[in-house]
Design a binder for this molecule. Sequence first.
Ligand SMILES: [Zn+2]
Length: 171
Amino acid sequence: MSLLDILQFPDERLRRVAEPVATFDSALSALTEQMLETMYESRGVGLAATQVNEHRRLFVADCAEDGEAPAPMIFINPVILDRQGLVDSEEGCLSIPGINGMVPRAELVRVRAHDVRGDEFEVTTGGLLSICIQHEIDHLDGRLFIDYFSSLKRQRIRKKFEKALRQQDQA
Ligand SMILES: [Zn+2]
C-alpha cells in the first residue's frame, strides 16, 4: 500500500473546508487504511483527510502511549457535542514540521462520529485523544494550530517556510 503525500504549510489547500462524507464504501475504507499507514510512518498521533488533499470530513488517530498496543481510531463526520474545562496543550503538526507551541483547548470533549461502515458512535475523552480530536477537526475546518499564536509569531513561521520553499525551488 502506498503512502499518501502530506500537504505542507503554507499550502493553501490546508485552508479548504472539508465536505461531509456521504458514501461509506470500500474506497472510503481504503482511504482510512492509507491514512493510518501514512500517520504511523510519519510518527504522528493524528492525521486529517485535509492534510492528504482529500477534502472530506474524516480523520484517523492513535493516541496510545509508548509501549501500549496500537489503538487506531477512525472518525468520520465528527462533531463535538460538548466541551468542558480548559487546558494549555503543547502541539505540533505533520503539515508544519519542526514547529511546536501552546494552544488553548477544552480539557474534555464529547464527540459523535461515524465509523467506516457508517455506524454512529460517541466518545467522551480527555487527555491526548481530546486534544487530538480538537486539532484534527480544526484541520477539517481549514484551521491550523498556529492560528492560535500571535500574528507576529505566525508571520515568522510563514516566512521561515516560504524561505525553505524558495530554497527547494532553487535546488
Ligand atoms: Zn495537524
